[in-house]
Design a protein. Structure first.
Length: 386
């Protein structure tokens, strides 16, 4: 029988999910916050695609004054955060709408707008001492789970990233509307969805903070994502499959917010920082290699997850189930069009040493891995992915 250790579990206190749920935003802003003016933080691509037009139309007739900051970039640099925070100073409520970068930017803008603490003093875990503006987060991708995590990732240099991890970053409301994900291209659907699956897998094997609540969220998240994500990839207009994928990503977000991710993310971050590759893609490229590396320390957990995605494996041994799960995830990614290797993205083999050095700086993540990762291990994992 597995021992249950002491744990803490935190999450967003108000989560709302539904078809066209985003259209209820004005009523929420008025009833919950008595808001007169808001700032919407998003990116130009989403704005130009017209995804938010219906939401803006509802705001127009509601009497709530709104302005838009559309300068969010993927892996937002500090300058973007500062610019969003400056604009947020005059808003009653900050709204983050978009993928993880927009929501991460909104979290920090809501804090920095209070002018109580410098961003550089927040990098790390539980270092935010400031209050924040009221905050609502609305995802338009099913992947990061940022709407229910206390984490913001910021690009701090040419290729370096830093994280702010604090309960202050949990929003007041997470509003999930699968309609906002209908226009997501197939390759982004695939990459963000696999990102969510990595969140679930790493939360389930997290070394220090694995807990029963996160575990159960992982099981449901993986069941939803494994059944709905492939259908979304094939037919992105199916609202039921979009909803299942969005919900699965959110549940995975709740899980890893409390049982943190580990080596897959640690090795993925340098690929994004140096080569500007999409985060979900880099996770997918590193996932099978890290899973095989972790197998000696995570066999039982992988075997349990294997039965979620394929109950017919029940008659196999634990070791066979674990291996089947690794193979399942590799084939799952291939079926979603994720078939390339690091070299296919212009990464030279000579660059792998520098990548390994960068990965070893991600101590906040590596400490959660079920098996210790050395520099030599990281280099070998990159070579396997190359």
């Amino acid at each position: 029988m597995q021992e249950i250790n002491d744990f803490e579990f935190k999450t967003v206190g108000d989560i709302r999910f539904g078809v066209n749920a985003a259209l209820s935003l004005p009523a929420l802003l008025i009833s919950r916050f008595d808001a007169k003016s808001i700032l919407v933080i998003t990116d130009k691509g989403l704005l130009n695609a017209g995804v938010l037009d219906a939401v803006f139309a509802e705001l127009d007739v509601s009497g709530v004054t709104f302005s838009v900051f559309d300068g969010v970039q993927a892996d937002p640099p500090e300058a973007v955060i500062f610019a969003a925070a400056e604009q947020a100073k005059n808003a009653d409520v900050v709204i983050g709408i978009g993928g993880g970068s927009s929501m991460d930017s909104a979290k920090l803008a809501a804090v920095l707008a209070m002018e109580q603490q410098a961003l550089t003093d927040m990098y790390g875990v539980d270092l935010v001492r400031s209050e924040r503006k009221p905050l609502v987060l609305i995802p338009t991708t099913a992947g990061t789970g940022s709407e229910v995590t206390p984490i913001s990732i910021v690009t701090t240099g040419e290729s370096t990233k830093a994280g702010v991890v604090s309960p202050v970053l949990y929003p007041d409301v997470a509003l999930l509307d699968p309609c906002l994900t209908l226009g997501l291209p197939a390759h982004i659907t695939a990459e963000t969805g696999v990102d969510a699956m990595v969140h679930a897998i790493e939360a389930f094997t997290s070394k220090h903070k694995k807990n029963p609540l996160s575990d159960n969220l992982v099981l449901k998240a993986l069941a939803l994502l494994s059944s709905h994500l492939p259908a979304c990839y094939v037919n992105g207009k199916d609202i039921n499959h979009r909803g299942g994928t969005l919900l699965g990503a959110m549940l995975a977000g709740q899980a890893f917010a409390n049982a943190p991710v580990a080596a897959v993310h640690a090795l993925a971050y340098p690929l994004g920082g140096i080569y500007h590759m999409a985060h979900g893609l880099t996770n997918a490229l590193m996932l099978p290699h890290v899973m095989r590396f972790n197998l000696p320390a995570a066999e039982r957990e992988y075997a349990q997850l294997a039965l979620v995605v394929n109950p017919q494996l029940a008659d196999l041994s634990q070791s066979e189930q674990a291996l089947e799960f690794i193979e399942y995830m590799q084939q799952f990614c291939r079926a979603l069009g994720i078939t390339k290797r690091l070299r296919d993205y212009g990464i030279a083999q000579e660059a792998l040493t520098a990548l390994a050095s960068e990965a070893m700086l991600q101590t906040r993540l590596l400490m959660n891995n079920p098996r210790e990762v050395t520099f030599e291990d990281a280099l070998a994992l990159y070579q396997q992915a190359w």
